[in-house]
Design a protein around this ligand. Structure first.
Ligand code: ATP
Length: 217
């Protein structure tokens, strides 16, 4: 774990954004979402929270948590301490549920902290299917941003609408899926992937990226 990315527990009364994800790999869309939310909602700090085994992705193989952690630290490092990485989900065995994570962070920060769970706009429709969604909203408001082309669901329940902040940006059409797909063909787009993250993908040959083979004499 990188020391510079250790979460520095904020003092009370702070407005803290929480951005959970698989981060397989983290990309400039995640960074842009965090910075946009910070500016438009007024947040003191945003925690990137890599998930251990995302409940909705349990069927897919994913990159080891240690490498997702390393890549997330590498992506966030230039923005520390505005953005930091938390191992709150990685240090716990088993799948990560947002409700448990939010309760845990509430316990760490106390009742005075204002919490905001940040998601991409494409995730709004899934919230009613999360574990204990209404109890999550008692602890944290939801900020939904990015991917402005994605229409809002037209049946958002009142309990969610009252705690939902929808941002109009940022508009960076990038996803981890597209990056993995490109990498399997030996392509890494520097507009999508932070340089230090690209280096880890190349070094480890992640997502089928062709490893460099040493020239023989
Ligand atoms: P995948 O393509 O594997 O599903 P992803 O790019 O959506 O991955 P995640 O780590 O699953 O990345 O995303 C974490 C959060 O960031 C989710 O709430 C997702 O909606 C949001 N997000 C991801 N990419 C963007 C983007 N380009 N703009 C705004 N939000 C994004």
């Amino acid at each position: 774990m990188s020391e510079s990315n250790e979460v520095d527990t904020p003092s009370r009364n702070r407005r803290v954004g929480l951005l959970g994800g698989t981060f397989d790999p983290p990309h400039n869309g995640h960074i842009a979402l965090a910075l946009y939310a910070q500016e438009h909602v007024g947040l003191d700090q945003i925690w990137f929270i890599p998930s251990a085994v995302p409940p909705h992705k349990m069927q897919k193989t994913s990159t080891p948590a240690s490498l997702r952690w390393e890549m997330t630290c590498a992506a966030v490092n230039p923005y520390t301490p505005r953005l930091v990485v938390s191992d709150v989900e990685l240090e716990r065995p088993g799948p990560s549920y947002t409700y448990q994570t939010v309760k845990r962070i509430r316990g760490m920060l106390g009742n005075e902290a204002e919490l905001f769970w940040i998601i991409g706009r494409d995730n709004i429709a899934e919230i009613p299917f999360w574990m204990e969604p209404q109890r999550i909203l008692e602890e944290a408001a939801i900020i939904a941003g990015g991917r402005p082309g994605v229409p809002l669901p037209d049946d958002i329940p009142g309990w969610l609408a009252r705690r939902l902040i929808v941002l109009q940006g940022p508009d960076l059409p990038v996803s981890s899926t597209a990056i993995r797909d490109h990498a399997s063909r030996g392509i890494i787009n520097p507009e999508w992937v932070p340089g230090p993250v690209s280096e880890i993908i190349r070094r480890e040959g992640l997502y089928g990226y062709p490893r460099m083979t040493p020239l023989s004499d």
